[in-house]
Ligand binder design. Structure first.
Ligand code: 13P
Length: 241
């Protein structure tokens, strides 16, 4: 899957716009976070990704980096060495997370990684590490299941973090990252950004509920009904791969 932009430059502009909106919407701040779009060049599967440590306001389409999804074993870099890139900028330090998710998730057309305040607050709690955000609200279904998992902690930019996120995203399109933030997958940049905003809203509500008591949960049977209806309510949000 490659998004239907008229040209790579249009795709690059859309990524910069999505990255800026991520901050404007309050789900990220400063230079944290990163955004990517699946973008194949001819027969070569790849992705376009925001560069590392560059302010989004200063970022232009030319600053984005294209990377291949498949890396020959001999060229696989260590954690510190950015993958061979075609631009002047270094790719995001989370290039491996994005690359590995595109490699394992055919349903991902775009990925948003943000240090969203409420999602990240929850991702620091042992109860969330153990059980994720449970179905305290039926809209938990938006991420594809009956909970939103929290990927085990791993150092940013490492293969361990990719593996932890991949596990937490099984049959889901969004997850938390312990002591770090959130990841949202979408068929498009719009969908990934919207899901990141929805997850942050759910995290905020769950955090608020925890301030005043122990939230009641929607039971598994009722969540089945919710999922069955979800296909009609949000046909764009099919069961994740
Ligand atoms: P980059 O600027 O390298 O993308 O890093 C931001 C970040 O959030 C790392 O997790």
């Amino acid at each position: 899957m490659s998004a239907s932009y008229r040209s790579e430059n249009h795709a690059r502009a859309a990524i910069v716009d999505a990255a800026r909106r991520m901050n404007a919407l309050g789900i990220n701040s400063g230079r944290a976070g990163n955004v990517s779009l699946r973008w194949n060049r001819g027969a070569q599967d790849g992705l376009l990704l925001t560069p590392s440590a560059l302010a989004y306001d200063a970022m232009t389409a030319d600053d984005l980096v294209w990377l291949p999804v498949a890396v020959p074993a001999a060229e696989a870099p260590d954690d510190e060495q950015p993958l061979r890139a075609d631009g002047a900028r270094r790719p995001s330090s989370e290039w491996r997370l994005h690359r590995d998710l595109y490699a394992s998730r055919g349903d991902a057309g775009a990925i948003v990684h943000a240090h969203a305040p409420f999602a990240t607050t929850l991702a620091c709690l042992p109860r969330i590490h153990a059980r994720g955000i449970p179905a305290f609200h039926y809209m938990i279904a938006v991420a594809g299941g009956d909970d939103i998992r929290c990927a085990r902690y791993a150092t940013f930019g490492t293969a361990e973090l990719s593996a932890a996120a991949r596990d937490a995203l099984a049959q889901r399109r969004a997850c938390l990252l312990a002591q770090h933030g959130l990841v949202a997958l979408g068929a498009s940049l719009e969908a990934a950004l919207e899901l990141a905003v929805e997850l942050e809203g759910l995290a905020r509500m769950y955090w608020q509920a925890l301030q005043v008591g122990e939230p009641a949960l929607v039971d598994a049977r009722e969540m089945e009904r919710v999922h069955a209806r979800f296909g009609r309510y949000r046909p764009d949000a099919d069961a994740p791969g």
